[in-house]
Design a protein around this ligand. Structure first.
Ligand code: PEP
Ligand code: MN
Length: 288
């Protein structure tokens, strides 16, 4: 890390805040929860999530391009999904996060007005993609590579920042190990270390770490207790019917109960969870 120039703290209380819009900021006093399906399926799916979780999530996630292990699995709805995401954002006020897999997708995502671009684990060291994301100002959610060291993770963030985009949020999502009961091993040690070393916001994805629904609430509480700035969690109106990652996807009542259980933990570590929605939903959505 001797080379890192832009990601490391200058003073112990140096902390950057990454804004998704005028109301949602990551890295400040308020924790944030990003919720939504692994993959965007249709507009009703996202609007139902927004309506049920109003006040409990601060941003919506959903992949339109999916990095699937098998080329025969569902690859995402593609560009059509960008319109769906931003239509939902415009109706609900919730900023939207989606994964960018290739340089060629960046312009379309920026033009559509996506609020945050996710770099998936499999692309953490796609240096040309990182450089291209440095050329824009849209916030980037950089996920830790499947087997990336702390230093490799920090240097990947350094690529984006060195090319001109300071709006980087780090995401620990579990690393490969020998056990297969969980999908990955959630490395909370790295979360504490990243918070000590860097000024960047750090969030945790317990869904891709656990790979199992039943483990997500416990891992989420641990992440907040150890100082994470927020969470990104997969949820779906009908989790068993989710096109991808169904086994790790929470139902909307489970998601709501989980967020409620985080409030006292947030207070215990000197943080707060935003209360209530700041934007009224259109009436037909609010009553869903
Ligand atoms: C995802 O967020 O759906 C995803 C594919 O995550 P990761 O890159 O962490 O595997
Ligand atoms: Mn997923």
């Amino acid at each position: 890390m001797k080379d890192a120039k832009l990601t490391l703290k200058a003073t112990p209380d140096h902390q950057s805040i990454v804004r998704l819009n005028s109301q949602v900021a990551i890295g400040g006093q308020d924790l944030i929860v990003i919720g939504g399906p692994c993959a965007v399926e249709n507009q009703a799916q996202l609007e139902t999530i927004a309506a049920h979780l109003q006040g409990n999530i601060q941003a919506l996630r959903g992949g339109v391009y999916k990095p699937r292990t098998s080329p025969y699995s569902f690859q995402g709805v593609g560009n059509e999904g960008l319109k769906t995401l931003t239509a939902v954002r415009d109706r609900t006020g919730l900023p939207v996060v989606t994964e960018v897999m290739a340089i060629s997708q960046i312009d379309g995502m920026v033009a559509a007005g996506v609020d945050m671009l996710q770099v998936g684990s499999r692309n953490m060291q796609n240096f040309d993609l990182l450089k291209a994301l440095g050329e824009i100002q849209t916030p980037v959610l950089l996920k830790r590579g499947l087997s990336a060291t702390l230093e490799e993770f920090i240097m990947a963030a350094e690529y984006i920042m060195a090319h001109g985009n300071p709006n980087v949020v780090l995401c620990e999502r579990g690393i490969r190990s020998f056990d297969s009961y969980t999908r990955n091993v959630l490395d909370l040690g790295v979360v504490v270390a990243l918070k000590q070393l860097t000024h960047l916001p750090v969030i945790v994805d317990p869904s891709h770490a656990a790979g199992r629904r039943g483990l997500i609430a416990g891992l989420s509480r641990a992440a907040i207790a150890c100082g994470a700035d927020g969470l990104i969690i997969e949820c779906h109106p009908e989790p068993d019917k989710a096109i991808s990652d169904a086994q790790q996807t929470l139902s909307l009542p489970e998601m709501q109960a989980l967020v409620e259980s985080l409030r006292p933990i947030a207070l215990g570590v000197g943080r707060s969870m935003p209360e209530g929605s700041r934007l009224p939903l259109p009436r037909e959505l609010a009553t869903r």
